[in-house]
Design a protein around this ligand. Structure first.
Ligand code: F6R
Length: 365
């Protein structure tokens, strides 16, 4: 069953190129300028009326919602609200009339997400679902949705399901964007970028042996920070969650610029930081955040795109990821932190597929 891998988590990390191909199969328009979905059960006319999107989920799926928020805002210019499903249920917030709800749930059985979805339906809203399990409760109760098609995820820590969720988030953002201001040629550019994701992920996976070496050197720290900005902030949260779940090492994710507002007090030679460093508008800002950490003797692992010109000696370790379009960057940047957490947990002899205190699907409130 493991097909030569040591754990399901490892297998599922390495399955991602194929999993992502399966998520995309048949889901681009013939003219190659937008995404298409068979099961949304909502007409283009109705979707065009939507003026706000509300996303509900828990855990990693909530991180996927945060990435999706960023992409919907970028591509469709629609306001987006992201809630922990467990909080939405009790918040009783004022809602608009043309809001579309989306839940994201790998298992389709998470009770908090289900309860949040039922609350939105009770208030008279359409709720669509992204799920990996065909016929799951959430998929059945939703008004429509998108299946992930990544095959069963057995490792408790979500990996291929998470990257597939953010890929679907990007495809939905493209679809909503093309109904609004996004031009044909920009749509073609995004479609081509999305189609290239599996190969980019393959390139990152080739670096597994090096990431394993880095993991060995960093496995004995007790605290980590994961720092990223914009769409990579949720990826930082995801990296911290992966490390916590399977290695039991304390880790926190922050937008890099928030460090100076408090968390930088944690930095010493005993608390390393994992920085996401994309080229482009945020590059200089992220570099100055790295310098602040370095000045306090914090060790740095940088996950940087290939075209970044990082000042020599700033990072203790650099993991290079391919240059890529903003729509696929969060997927590509996730893979190194999955591998890093996985190899750290292996180094510490943790029960990677069945970490203590956790279950694959959380069916109690
Ligand atoms: C983390 C993880 C959990 C789930 C969360 C929601 O690795 O797997 O945080 O993401 O429990 O689960 P689903 O997506 O099944 O609703």
């Amino acid at each position: 069953e493991l097909g030569g891998y040591a754990h399901f988590m490892e297998k599922e990390i390495f399955e991602q190129p194929t999993a992502l191909e399966n998520t995309m199969r048949g889901r681009f328009s013939e003219d190659g300028s937008t995404a298409q979905f068979g099961g949304l059960n909502i007409s283009a006319v109705d979707l065009r009326q939507v003026d706000r999107v509300h996303l509900l989920a828990c855990g990693s799926a909530w991180h996927a919602c945060l990435v999706t928020e960023h992409l919907i805002e970028r591509f469709a210019r629609l306001p987006v609200e992201v809630d922990y499903a467990s909080e939405f249920r009790y918040r009783n917030m004022p809602l608009g009339s043309n809001t579309l709800f989306f839940t994201i749930s790998q298992s389709g059985e998470t009770i908090d997400t289900l309860a949040g979805m039922r609350e939105a339906k009770r208030k008279g809203y359409k709720v669509l679902a992204v799920s990996n399990v065909v016929g799951s409760t959430i998929a059945r109760e939703a008004d429509g949705g998108v299946y992930q098609h990544v095959g069963p995820e057995i490792g408790v820590a979500s990996t291929k399901a998470f990257t597939s969720q953010i890929l679907i988030g990007a495809m939905l953002s493209l679809y909503l964007g093309r109904m609004r201001d996004m031009s044909f040629s920009e749509g073609v550019e995004v479609v081509n970028a999305l189609k290239g994701t599996p190969d980019l992920v393959r390139k990152v996976l080739e670096q597994a042996p090096r990431i394993r070496e880095i993991a060995k050197r960093f496995a004995h720290y007790h605290d980590f920070l994961f720092l990223g900005r914009l769409s990579l902030f949720p990826v930082a949260l995801e990296g911290a969650l992966k490390l916590k779940e399977i290695s039991y090492i304390h880790a926190e994710g922050y937008p890099a610029a928030e460090m100076k507002h408090g968390p930088i007090a944690l930095i010493s030679e005993n608390c390393p930081s994992v920085f996401f460093v994309p080229s482009g508008e945020m590059f200089n800002k992220v570099v100055s955040s790295m310098q602040e950490i370095k000045a306090r003797k914090g060790k740095i692992i940088a996950i940087a795109t290939a075209n970044c010109d990082l000042p020599a000696g700033l990072a203790d370790e650099v993991i290079t990821i391919p240059e890529c379009h903003e729509s696929v960057l969060p997927v590509v940047a996730t893979v190194p932190v999955q591998l890093l957490s996985y190899y750290i947990a292996v180094e510490l002899n943790r029960d990677v597929d069945k970490p203590r205190n956790l279950a694959k699907s959380v069916t109690v409130e």
